[in-house]
Design a protein around this ligand. Structure first.
Ligand code: ADP
Length: 260
């Protein structure tokens, strides 16, 4: 009996080790590593505003002889941090949902005049109020298959960045072109630009070119990661190139269903 039991275990061990050797563990390990990094980065980003709010609340509780101005300042700083936490958790949810494929997509056939107009409209006033020029030059009307809400979100991310990283008197332009079977819409700005070394990295999660600069402007480095995810969902492509003499151009490429 002992010999038979030993033999059975030996055969099982052989079969298991054969199957394990056939499975490529590398992608699984890579995805684990990415998940761990993501959780670490997220925790770090959440901790910063929480520490600031904690400090301000302790100050309000313990500091003697506070003036109304002290209190107003503490409340205003805390509120800014709460807003940052809010936008961070929203972005984290968007990424987590599409990682686990739990978001519903609503694809429909449409032309650019329908999906580009809505998100662009509010930016006209914002950009003009900051003494920047906004130019729109959309000429093409191919039929595309897309989720309007998601493309709207993508445009908001790109226009928001173009506005954030372009100084006063700069120009932000949105234009389109057809490249073979692809429709491209391009958001171009005359802002700070993106160095060659960062051109791929900025689409990664939590990547910011200059952390101190972006802390002031409230970013967490998740916008472009979400943008990339949205474009990939549409079987498209997104990349950044230089806008000479200065600034950058974010190019979104989407497959055309039919040309009008
Ligand atoms: P953030 O919330 O920090 O803006 P994003 O993921 O949207 O995060 O962008 C990642 C980084 O890419 C930014 O921190 C910034 O350094 C750079 N970036 C994004 N858009 C632009 C732009 N239009 N011009 C220059 N740099 C940009």
């Amino acid at each position: 009996i002992l010999i038979i039991t030993f033999f059975i275990f030996w055969v099982i061990a052989l079969v298991v080790s054969y199957f394990l050797s056939r499975i490529n563990m590398l992608p699984i390990m890579k995805s684990w590593k990415q998940q761990t990094e993501f959780v670490n980065d997220a925790a770090h980003e959440l901790r910063t505003p929480l520490t600031i709010i904690q400090g301000k609340l302790e100050y309000m509780l313990t500091k003697p002889n506070k003036t109304i101005i002290d209190e107003a300042e503490a409340i205003s700083v805390s509120l800014d941090e709460v807003n940052r936490l809010n936008s961070l958790t929203n972005n984290l949810l968007v990424l987590a949902r599409s990682d686990s494929a739990t978001t519903q997509s609503n694809f429909e056939l449409t032309t650019p005049d329908f999906f580009l107009k809505d998100p662009i409209e509010p930016f006209k006033d914002i950009i003009n109020s900051q003494s920047k020029v906004f130019q729109i030059n959309l000429l093409h009307k191919p039929v595309l298959n897309l989720d309007r809400d998601k493309i709207k979100q993508l445009l908001i991310i790109l226009l928001d960045n173009a506005t954030k990283y372009t100084p006063q008197n700069g120009t932000i332009k949105i234009y389109d072109q057809i490249e073979g079977s692809k429709y491209q819409f391009i958001i171009s700005d005359t802002g700070v630009g993106v160095a060659d070394n960062d051109k791929k990295k900025i689409f990664g999660r939590f990547y910011r070119v200059d952390k101190s600069r972006n802390t002031n402007s409230g970013g967490h480095g998740l916008g472009l990661a979400i943008a990339k995810q949205i474009v990939e969902l549409h079987h498209g492509n997104i990349f950044v190139r230089d806008n000479l003499p200065h600034g950058s151009e974010f190019v979104v490429e989407l497959p055309i269903k039919r040309n009008h």
